[in-house]
Ligand binder design. Structure first.
Ligand SMILES: [Zn+2]
Ligand SMILES: [Zn+2]
Length: 292
C-alpha cells in the first residue's frame, strides 16, 4: 500500500514536471526518413509526413511538421542525412499546426512558402495559438492550380475543392507518379474541419479529381507514407460509400440528433461519433450538406 501511494505520488510529480517541460518546449518525437523513389524521400512522424523532392541544385519540400525549434532542428537533421542541397520551395498542404508548424523557420532560412489562398485566410481568421508558433504567411498563394519548377524537378499544386480544410493543396509530382495529399488522404477516420472551410461533398469531389491523375504512390498526411494506387482506390470507395449512406439517411428525414449514429461505418472502419464529428459547428453543416 505504502509503495503504491509512493508510486502514485512519484508518477504525479513526474507528470507535473513533464507537463511544465512540454509547455516550454515540446521535445521532438522520433522521426524516420525513408526513400520512396529515386529523387524523393519522406520524413515520417512528429507532425504530418514531410515529402522531399530532390532536383539538380535544390529541394522542393511538402509540409513542415509540428511547431517548435527542436522539431525543426530534428527535421533538418533528417533532411540533411539524405542531401545537402538547399531548400528552395516549401509547400504547405493546409494551415493545421502539424503541417504548418515549421513554415516560419523555413521562411527565415530563405525558402519560399507556397500555399493555397485559403491557407492565409485560415491563419488570419482562425489562429488562436501562441504567437511564436504562428504559422508563416505564404510568399505565394494560388486559387486553383500552380506549378513549382526547379532544375530537375517539378510539382503541380491543385486545390480541387474545399475538403479537409478550405485551404487544402494536393501536390502532384508527375515524373515520379507520386501524390503528396496532406490530410485529405489518411488511414484513420477523416477529420472534416468545417469551422475552417471544409466540406464532405468537396472532399469526395477532390478524391474524384485525384483519381484522374496518373500516379502509383500516395504520401498520406500521417502514418502510411507510401500508399499504393489500390489502397487509394479502396479509400476513395469508402468516401463514396459514406456520402451515399449519409445522403440517404438525411434525405429519409433522420433527425439531426440521430443522424451520425444512423450512418453505418463499421465496415469502412470509421468512427463518426467522436469529437471531430459531433459538435454543432461540424454536425450542422454536415447535415445541411447531406440534406441538399
Ligand atoms: Zn495532420
Ligand atoms: Zn490537418
Amino acid at each position: 500500500m505504502h509503495r503504491m501511494l509512493m508510486g502514485a505520488a512519484t508518477a504525479a510529480a513526474l507528470a507535473m514536471i513533464a507537463g511544465v517541460a512540454a509547455a516550454q518546449a515540446p521535445p521532438p518525437g522520433p522521426m524516420v526518413t525513408t526513400r520512396i523513389k529515386p529523387g524523393m524521400f519522406v520524413v515520417f512522424d512528429n507532425g504530418g509526413n514531410v515529402t522531399v523532392r530532390e532536383g539538380k541544385d535544390g529541394l522542393i519540400v511538402v509540409d513542415t511538421k509540428n511547431p517548435g525549434a527542436a522539431v525543426h532542428a530534428e527535421l533538418l537533421k533528417n533532411i540533411r542525412s539524405m542531401t545537402q542541397l538547399p531548400i528552395k520551395d516549401v509547400i504547405v498542404t493546409h494551415h493545421h499546426a502539424d503541417h504548418s508548424g515549421g513554415a516560419a523557420a523555413f521562411k527565415a532560412e530563405g525558402a519560399k512558402i507556397i500555399a493555397h489562398e485559403g491557407y492565409d485566410k485560415q491563419i488570419k481568421a482562425g489562429y488562436t495559438g501562441a504567437d511564436n508558433f504562428r504559422p508563416a504567411m505564404a510568399d505565394v498563394t494560388y486559387a486553383k492550380t500552380y506549378d513549382v519548377k526547379i532544375p530537375g524537378a517539378e510539382a503541380k499544386l491543385y486545390h480541387f475543392d474545399p475538403a479537409h480544410t478550405g485551404g487544402d493543396t494536393i501536390v502532384y509530382f508527375p515524373d515520379l507518379k507520386v501524390v503528396a495529399a496532406g490530410d485529405e488522404i489518411v488511414t484513420v477516420t477523416p477529420n472534416v474541419d468545417y469551422p475552417y472551410g471544409a466540406s464532405v461533398l468537396g472532399w469526395l469531389d477532390s478524391l474524384n479529381q485525384i483519381a484522374k491523375l496518373d500516379f502509383d504512390t500516395i504520401v498520406t498526411g500521417h502514418r502510411a507514407i507510401a500508399m499504393t494506387r489500390a489502397q487509394f482506390d479502396e479509400y476513395h470507395q469508402k468516401w463514396i460509400t459514406f456520402v451515399q449512406r449519409a445522403q440517404a439517411s438525411a434525405k429519409a428525414g433522420t433527425p439531426k440528433d440521430k443522424f451520425l449514429a444512423s450512418i453505418k461505418t463499421d465496415d469502412i472502419g470509421w468512427n463518426v461519433t467522436g469529437v471531430q464529428w459531433t459538435p454543432a459547428d461540424r454536425l450542422d453543416p454536415l447535415y445541411a450538406e447531406m440534406s441538399k
